[in-house]
Design a binder for this molecule. Structure first.
Ligand SMILES: [Zn+2]
Length: 125
């Protein structure tokens, strides 16, 4: 059980700060990507006579949009993790209720499942 100790209050506070910092970064990123996707969208209309340019503009727009969607998904996970810290349930597996391994939380601060449950969820067993 040595690797499954509960996080101490200062540790939680540090994680929370880290999450909020990452959140701010992601929000910035999302705003930038959305603006990029918008610009590409707008510019695309002007490429009627050059299909190659239009194609690459729409590809870039889609890339910006998918990156933005990905970042948005992370934002939700971060919000959720912050909420769990505030509710005092952070670091507890949502599936089995066991402590999530601290190494796992370090690598993925907004993990909601312990290693075993994650593996089970992935393999469907
Ligand atoms: Zn679990």
């Amino acid at each position: 059980m040595t690797t499954k100790r509960a996080l101490t209050k200062p540790q939680l506070r540090a994680v929370r700060e880290e999450l909020l910092a990452e959140r701010a970064q992601l929000e910035h990123q999302v705003a930038g990507l959305d603006a990029e996707a918008d610009v590409k969208n707008w510019r695309e209309g002007g490429f009627d006579d050059d299909p190659a340019d239009a194609g690459s503009a729409s590809f870039e727009r889609e890339t910006a949009q998918s990156l933005s969607n990905h970042a948005r998904g992370l934002l939700l996970q971060i919000d959720d993790a912050v909420r769990r810290i505030d509710n005092g349930v952070y670091g507890t597996c949502e599936s089995c209720g066991e402590r999530i391994e601290s190494a796992r939380l370090e690598a993925l601060p907004y993990a909601t499942l312990c290693m075993d449950c994650k593996r089970r969820a992935e393999t469907g067993r």
